[in-house]
Design a protein around this ligand. Structure first.
Ligand code: FAD
Length: 496
């Protein structure tokens, strides 16, 4: 289709729909009309509360004021995820947004740490991570410095429906047109099968040049109309259900998400200002829905606030995220379970990718192919990281854990694990969302031990290496004594 794109139609008003509308309108402005169709009768998936640091860039690009955003979405600050019972029952570790220690002479800190341990150093590598120290102390502050060693990267926990509502207000102020109604049919051009228009239950026809499918798992345009197909990854990630149930807020607001492994799945606990988000992700091969609900209910810290919301899903990705003049964004584009809070990020990166490759002068196949190539790589990299949490475990209390431990995993992941085991080496793959420090924390937390370390770590004398450890520890400890509790921060910063 060589026609210039002047009219973008977004189908769906969940987190995906409103983020897409906000980014496109904000960045392309008067160059395009943006129409969003959603149906209150259908509603949204109703979950999705934890995020990762790139959301801060998104909010900045959208011109959102952080204090207003925190108030409007009942958000709290997130420094990490605490993984409990994942390697074995009764143990936990953190995957923080920070990094332990500091690289030295181009060599990652964990090599020096390993050497120092051999020389008798006590404690864990997390003792050298500012985010971890703040999590343990239940504290938060904006800590920024030209030296990354004293930075504390963060993200948010928020109420996703309030976030969508907040963005809707901003979008309408920018001129996005919202239409309420249920789409009952989709019309395609007879020559090339591109989407021409959608028709609502009340008969209204909405035409578009480019359609963003944010209709949720069903993929109204990408799947139900264009039959794009789905690559199923459930043999690697067998959880296929979730049950979510909010509960009363916990007295003390933790600055991190908790992910608690059970015998066939895991439970999330997400602290918001007004309530806790809770849910259990599980495999229907191992738990019935009733069992899952009972497990979740018996593990809530506080009184439930709503009926359980059961959600079915299939892990994988749409074969082409961009097909003809339809781009699938959000749940319609694929799903990776929320273990590392990556779905909202995938929405963000999809729409940023679209901005880079926006078909101002018409849709060109080369651009479509590039978009699809980048999306595929991104999904696969995140998939591998999530599989790692399951696959490297030492739990012997259920078939589920034994099965995921013994399954064949993608070659790309095996290579990463084996390389780390043999040498301690970690390399960030091209554009991998997760940096070396993320892989390190999860590998170590799941019990993968590096058998060797880089020779550069041997080049320092025993005295020098111990001094290095002491200095870094001092630098990391220092800010913690000066900052306030997470609750006090929220009160002082945004009056929550
Ligand atoms: P939906 O929220 O399902 O929205 C679909 C929209 O399409 C709705 O507005 C609906 O009305 C509209 N629609 C559908 N059909 C029609 C029609 N025929 N006519 C008109 N409108 C229609 N992500 C994270 O980043 N962090 C998390 O912690 C996290 N936790 C999750 C936990 C679970 C159990 C699940 C399942 C997902 C989680 N996610 C998380 C993912 C996150 O919820 C989604 O990525 C996000 O909400 C985007 O959803 P969506 O907008 O694509 O779809």
């Amino acid at each position: 289709m060589n026609k210039a794109v002047k009219n973008v139609v977004i189908v769906g008003g969940g987190t995906a729909g409103w983020i897409s509308a906000a980014v496109i309108k904000r960045l392309i402005g008067d160059g395009v009309d943006v129409n969003l169709i959603e149906s209150e009768d259908i509603g949204t998936v109703g979950v999705g509360e934890a995020t990762i640091p790139p959301i801060i860039t998104l909010n900045n690009v959208l011109g959102l004021d952080e204090k207003e955003f925190l108030r409007e979405t009942n958000a709290t600050m997130k420094l990490a995820i605490k993984f409990e019972n994942w390697r074995v029952k009764g143990e936990s570790y953190f995957h923080t947004f920070g990094a332990p220690g500091k690289s030295y002479a181009f060599c990652h800190f964990h090599h020096y740490f390993k050497r120092a341990q051999e020389l008798g150093l006590k404690g864990s590598i997390w003792d050298y991570d500012l985010n971890y120290l703040a999590c343990e102390a239940g504290k938060f502050a904006h800590i920024k410095s030209p030296d990354p060693i004293i930075e504390m990267p963060y993200a948010y926990h928020f109420d996703a429906s309030l976030y969508a509502r907040f963005l809707r207000r901003k979008c309408e102020e920018m001129g996005v047109v919202r239409t309420e109604g249920i789409i009952t049919s989709v019309q395609q051009h007879s020559d090339d099968g591109f989407i021409q228009s959608v028709t609502l239950k009340n008969g209204q026809v909405i035409n578009g040049d480019l359609f963003i499918d944010c209709s949720g798992f069903k993929g109204l345009l990408t799947q139900q109309t264009l039959n794009t197909g789905y690559e199923d990854w459930s043999h690697w990630l067998p959880c296929d259900r979730a049950v979510a149930m909010p509960s009363e807020r916990f007295e003390k607001t933790l600055p991190y998400t908790r992910s608690i492994a059970h015998s066939a799945g895991w439970q999330w606990r997400i602290p918001l200002q007004h309530r806790n988000g809770n849910g259990l992700v599980y495999s229907s091969n191992y738990y019935s829905d009733d069992q899952a609900l009972e497990l979740l209910s018996s593990n809530l810290d506080t009184k439930p606030l709503a009926d359980p919301n059961f959600i079915k899903f299939r892990t994988g990705r749409r074969r082409k995220q961009w097909n003809k003049n339809v781009i699938a964004v959000g749940l319609s584009s694929g799903f990776l379970e929320p273990l590392e809070s990556t779905s909202i990020h995938l929405i963000q990166s999809a729409v940023v990718r679209l901005i880079h490759l926006f078909p101002h002068d018409g849709i060109k196949q080369k651009q479509v192919d590039e978009y699809n190539k980048q999306s595929q790589l991104e999904f696969e990299q995140i998939r591998d990281f999530i599989i790692l949490h399951y696959h490297v475990n030492e739990r012997n209390d259920s078939h589920f854990w034994k099965d995921v431990r013994e399954m064949e995993v993608p070659e790309s992941l095996t290579h990463k694990i084996e390389l780390f085991k043999a040498s301690g080496n970690l390399f960030r793959e091209q554009n991998d969302l997760f940096l070396e420090s993320s892989w390190l924390q999860v590998l170590m937390g799941q019990g993968v031990n590096q058998q060797d370390y880089h020779p550069l770590a041997k080049s320092l004398s025993e005295q020098k290496i111990m001094e290095l450890m002491q200095n870094i520890k001092r630098i990391k400890d220092e800010p913690i004594g000066k900052i306030s509790s997470h609750d006090d921060f929220l009160k002082q910063y945004c009056g929550s």
